[in-house]
Design a protein around this ligand. Structure first.
Ligand code: GLY
Length: 404
């Protein structure tokens, strides 16, 4: 067997395992949402809070089950997965119309997967005259545009950055953005394409330029978070929330940088963003342990007993795959593609329930949500699962069209 055939077989079998789990989760949770991460390798139902019942659609990770349903539907055409994806779409439509838990930049993660993705995938049925698909499409488009407008409401002048977390008047959060926000920009890019209004693309261009200039450090590592003065627009200081130290490099943040700078380079055509993506990728690759799956902070390397973050690896595989597609230098492109495959092999060989012989409803074990707060450490995570499945699909289906 050639190594290409061997990779195809391994990816095919990993996809089969993943599909079994995604189908099971869609059925088991139905209208309810799992929590952000597993506990003892099983997803509990999302807990209630003061304003939401148990299992309600709140927080930043509830679109990842939807994204997995859509990926799995594309792979199988299974009607149960289509219905699961549509149930999510209807609840996200409700969420944005009711103004329910929208005070976050993560509207991009949420509405890209839950609404823009079905809007794209159902277009052929609507164009072929399916009236139900056309109605669904219109609702998805309206909900996603509404979410994009909420996100635009977080653009702070004169800094030209989109505030990440919390109420805009909260002094602890005011003027702060984070590297993850790069992945929220595709919702604005899409809204600009839909409406023809330049304000969305302007926001993307300004926010990403600020991140490139300040959140990316001179040594090509990244801060997790960065503050701007909201009166003057002056760039103030970097820091961390989920990394080990203010001046260390949180592994998932660096992975968001690889994927996010690449996507925003594609959206804006700005070559400086391509350069930023390369710098993030080179630093990430230079700080991997032997099996290609990073520790939760890149300050740690082989020999450390800190936990790994498999979700950072899965995000990086997707980012490297995308970067290799747009990289004009053939040598660099080949390196990014090969390194992405190496990391994916590491995940398939050592970080899945099948590889470990562990019973779990996660696709990927050993991710870390927030180590400093002891939250979701060495567990499965909804985003780790989603990006692992996206990584598998990217390698199984070279013609797959990305959701971001
Ligand atoms: N976007 C939040 C995280 O990566 O934990």
């Amino acid at each position: 067997m050639t190594s290409v055939d061997e990779l195809a077989t391994t990816v095919g079998s990993a996809i089969d395992d993943a599909l079994t789990t995604v189908r099971g989760t869609a059925k088991a949770f139905a209208d309810r949402y799992p929590d952000d991460t597993t506990r003892g390798n099983q997803y509990p139902v999302r807990p209630a809070d003061t304003t939401h019942a148990e299992g309600a659609n709140r927080g930043w990770t509830t679109s990842f089950p939807a994204g997995m349903d859509w990926l799995a539907w594309e792979l199988t055409g299974d009607d149960a997965l289509l219905q699961a994806g549509l149930r999510h779409l209807h609840d996200f439509d409700r969420r944005v119309h009711e103004g329910d838990d929208l005070e976050t930049h993560d509207l991009g993660f949420l509405y890209t997967l839950a609404c823009v993705t079905p809007w794209r995938l159902l277009a052929p049925a609507a164009e072929a005259g399916d009236a139900e698909a056309a109605r669904t499409l219109a609702a998805a488009r309206e909900a996603a545009l509404l979410a994009a407008d909420h996100l635009m409401g977080r653009l702070l002048e004169p800094a030209g950055i989109i505030q990440a977390w919390g109420d805009l008047t909260d002094p602890a959060q005011r003027g702060r953005t984070i590297i993850d926000s790069l992945m929220n920009m595709p919702l604005l890019t899409w809204a600009g394409q839909q409406t023809g209004e330049p304000r969305y693309a302007d926001a993307v261009r300004r926010h990403t330029a600020q991140l490139r200039e300040h959140i990316l450090r001179a040594d090509d590592s990244t801060f997790h978070t960065f503050y701007w003065d909201t009166e003057t627009g002056e760039a103030l200081r970097g820091g961390t929330e989920q990394g080990a130290f203010d001046d260390s490099c949180w592994a998932r943040g660096q992975a968001w940088g690889v994927y996010g700078f690449t996507l925003n380079h594609e959206a804006t055509g700005d070559v400086h963003l391509l350069d930023a993506a390369r710098r993030c990728a080179d630093y990430f690759l230079d700080h991997l342990p032997a099996d290609g799956v990073p520790f939760w902070d890149l300050a740690y390397g082989d020999g450390s007993d800190e936990p790994r973050d498999s979700s950072a690896a899965a995000i990086a595989v997707c980012g490297l795959h995308e970067l290799a597609r747009v990289e004009p230098d053939p040598e660099r492109a080949a390196r990014y593609a090969a390194e992405g495959v190496r990391i994916l092999r590491g995940l398939m060989a050592g970080y899945t329930p099948t590889a470990e012989g562990v019973a779990s409803d996660a696709l990927l074990l050993h991710s870390v949500y927030d180590a400093p707060k002891g939250n979701g450490v060495d567990e499965g995570s909804l985003w780790g699962d989603y990006f692992y499945l996206e990584a598998l699909v990217r390698h199984a289906r070279p013609d797959w069209e990305r959701y971001w």
